[in-house]
Design a protein around this ligand. Structure first.
Ligand code: HH2
Length: 259
């Protein structure tokens, strides 16, 4: 098995690497079909950038961005990347299979919605909010704290009746973490995998890759992204979130053939 591949479809003017590319629904649909052809298992649709320093947008604005695209994607396997329960509910009503919450279900209404509708849920860890998360992230024990918080939320969902295979955990690379934090979490992914829940990892084109390699242009960080994704796959992650589906799949297949 190779990890499931979530192809990123940002319907935003300002995402850090693909902002503006997919704001026209027809273009988004075309990109979604292209990613499916390249081997994406799920299309992860997001209407709000969460890059460091970004401010939250209104419910109306997020709805305006994602609703026509979700309508156009009807019938494809879709995940909705949102922190807003109203958007998640709309997406589920329109056939989405999965909710991807970078807020890690800190919003009680989102938690309740997930319990009620029981979709596949990705619980991502974030310290703080995108507006301020990179100002001074601090942990005494980053691996223990991040994995411990994820496990606690996952166990709450199990208590409410969700099956473990529908509760995906994601350490949230770059979300309230400095470079050392990110590297420590990636090196120890096998510990998170060992907790018995599917693990998702998203590193595609992220800033820490640029700081480690000196590559300032996000679109040129594919080799670094692939390297980290291979290390993650070797530690047993269940899914990879990426902008570059074909390349990710090719690397994953090669790694599987050699394992
Ligand atoms: N990263 C981003 C957005 N959503 N979801 C999960 N589960 N894990 C991640 O690592 C993750 C995520 C940020 O990347 P991107 O969507 O490319 O950028 P932006 O937030 O600027 O739209």
């Amino acid at each position: 098995m190779i990890p499931k591949i979530l192809g990123v479809l940002n319907i935003t003017p300002d995402s850090f690497s693909d902002g503006g590319s997919n704001v026209i629904p027809e273009v988004a649909l075309q990109r979604a079909h292209e990613m499916i052809k390249e081997g994406a298992d799920i299309i992860d649709v997001g209407g709000e950038s969460t890059r460091p320093g970004s401010l939250s947008i209104s419910l109306e604005e997020e709805r305006r961005r994602v609703e026509p695209v979700l309508r156009a994607l009807n019938g494809l396997p879709v995940s909705i990347d949102t922190q807003k329960p109203e958007i998640a509910e709309m997406a589920l009503d329109m056939g989405a299979l999965m909710v991807n919450d970078v807020g890690g279900l800190r919003n009680a209404s989102m938690f309740d919605l997930v319990v009620e509708r029981a979709p596949t849920i990705c619980v991502m860890h974030m310290q703080g909010t995108p507006a301020t998360m990179q100002l001074a992230p601090h942990y005494d024990d980053v691996v223990g704290e991040v994995f411990g918080e994820l496990e606690k939320t996952a166990n709450h969902l199990l208590e409410k009746g969700l099956p473990a295979n529908k509760v995906w955990l994601d350490p949230g690379i770059g979300f309230g973490k400095d470079d050392e934090h990110n590297l420590a979490l990636i090196k120890d992914l096998s510990t998170l995998v060992g907790k018995g829940f599917p693990v998702l990892i998203g590193v595609s084109r992220k800033g820490f890759l640029g700081r480690v390699t000196g590559e300032e242009e996000p679109l040129r960080r594919l080799p670094a992204s692939i390297a980290v994704q291979c290390i993650a796959q070797a530690q047993g992650v269940h899914a990879i979130r990426t902008h570059d589906v074909r390349e990710t799949r090719q690397a994953a297949m090669m790694l599987r053939a050699l394992s």
